[in-house]
Design a binder for this molecule. Structure first.
Ligand code: PLP
Length: 385
């Protein structure tokens, strides 16, 4: 089977992990800090990133660090992995969904503006909007941040797909237009630590709070401690409820080693995407449009059947599986999951995300896709579309 995605591990990656296993520290130790510094440099972050054991954990503490809680509202894209929304539910907040653009498959600023207008008239403006850079393509951050200023909400970036992507000439992760940005290092994301993630903040106070929430809500900074005149020395103090969301040195060493090849990964994926776009130019298919101010990391490559296609999505899906090509769908609109339907969301809520879910397929795109496999994918698709 040709897989739609797959990790790319080198002998150097493997020996980086083995070196840690032969050393003294295997949980959060110096390798985690080194990994944080390396990714921070790569994305041009103002403050050192906070490594966590998954992007889901990262989103959870991002929301908490922005004081999202009971009574607050978080909005996100209908076209995302459900964790973007469920991490807000973990804080006791309620969630709502914004429809996407037909062309980019990202949150549509026009739909967002009209939804905000309505929400403002009912005093229901969200505290946080989480944008999702779908497939590694940045959202229209300028338009969205103007709306954030006008209506008064904070922006979180779910950049799980977008390490190595850039917007407006800057790497995603620099938090130029957001409060917090979260990356995932799950096996099939741009680089991997097995499971893992990293969170960046624009504000130093938020960055410190993220670091504290990652590890039991504890501080070891004497300036943050409460020490009375009769108190003995404290090593650390718990200031709030936190979690054990730490990454291990084993994982961090893998991440640092993987990061050395991230530009190579991005360019290999872009090369394949260019060839796919060329191959489907005349086929009756649509693909994701990349605006001129964006470089996509191409975590995914999506094709969409249209009215002019000779087959339905279902027929294409079956044909590709029969041809040994393991494809996938990204994503079922989050509110169509039973959990959300039971809470009042209904079919038709975000029509563009629903149409895309009905006609889109993620086809194989990864750094180890061979030329014969690529040719097989293209000819299998063109044979039926
Ligand atoms: C993968 C992914 C997540 C969750 O990442 P984990 O590291 O697996 O927790 C969240 N949002 C999006 C858009 C993702 O693709």
């Amino acid at each position: 089977m040709i897989k739609y995605s797959r990790q790319d591990l080198s002998e150097q990656d493997i020996s980086a992990v083995v070196d840690i296993l032969r050393g003294d520290l295997i949980t959060q130790g110096p390798a985690v800090g080194q990994f944080e510094i390396a990714v921070s440099k790569y994305v041009g972050a103002k403050h050192q990133g906070v490594a966590v054991n998954s992007a889901t954990s990262g989103l959870h503490i991002a929301y908490l660090a922005l004081d999202v809680g009971v009574g607050d509202i978080v909005w996100t894209s209908a076209n995302t992995f459900l964790a973007t929304a469920s991490a807000a539910l973990m804080c006791g907040a309620s969630v709502d969904f914004v429809d996407i653009c037909e062309q980019t498959l990202n949150i549509c600023p026009v739909a967002l503006r009209s939804k905000l207008r309505k929400a403002a008239s009912m005093n229901r403006v969200p505290k946080v909007l989480t944008v999702v850079h779908f497939a590694g393509l940045s959202c229209d951050m300028k338009s969205i941040s103007e709306l954030a200023t006008e209506f008064g909400f904070a922006i979180v970036e779910d950049a799980s797909h977008a390490l190595g992507a850039s917007y407006n000439g800057k790497p995603v992760g620099a938090c130029e237009f957001s409060e917090v940005c979260v990356f995932s290092f799950h096996a099939i994301k741009m680089i991997t630590t097995g499971e893992g993630g990293m969170v960046f903040a624009r504000d130093e106070g938020i960055a410190n709070r993220l670091r504290r929430l990652r590890s039991h809500g504890v501080t070891s900074n004497p300036d943050e401690m409460f020490i009375g005149p009769d108190d003995e020395l404290w090593n650390y103090q718990m200031l709030e409820v936190g979690f054990n969301y730490r990454l291990t040195d084993i994982q961090a060493a893998l991440g640092t080693s993987q990061l050395e090849r991230v530009d190579e990964f991005v360019s290999a994926r872009n090369d394949i995407a260019i060839e796919y776009n060329r191959a489907f130019e005349r086929a009756e298919l649509k693909t994701q449009k990349v605006p001129l101010d964006c470089i996509s990391s191409y975590h995914l490559f999506v094709i969409r059947v249209t009215e002019r296609s000779r087959c339905s999505r279902r027929q294409l899906y079956d044909h590709l599986w029969d041809s040994g090509i393991a494809i996938n769908f990204h994503y079922i609109p989050v509110y169509r999951h039973p959990f959300f339907e039971a809470r009042g969301f209904t079919k038709g809520y975000c029509p563009i995300a629903e149409t895309y879910f009905r006609d889109g397929i993620s086809i194989p795109l990864h750094t180890q896709l061979t030329r014969p496999d690529f040719d097989h994918v293209v000819s299998s698709i063109n044979a039926v579309v």
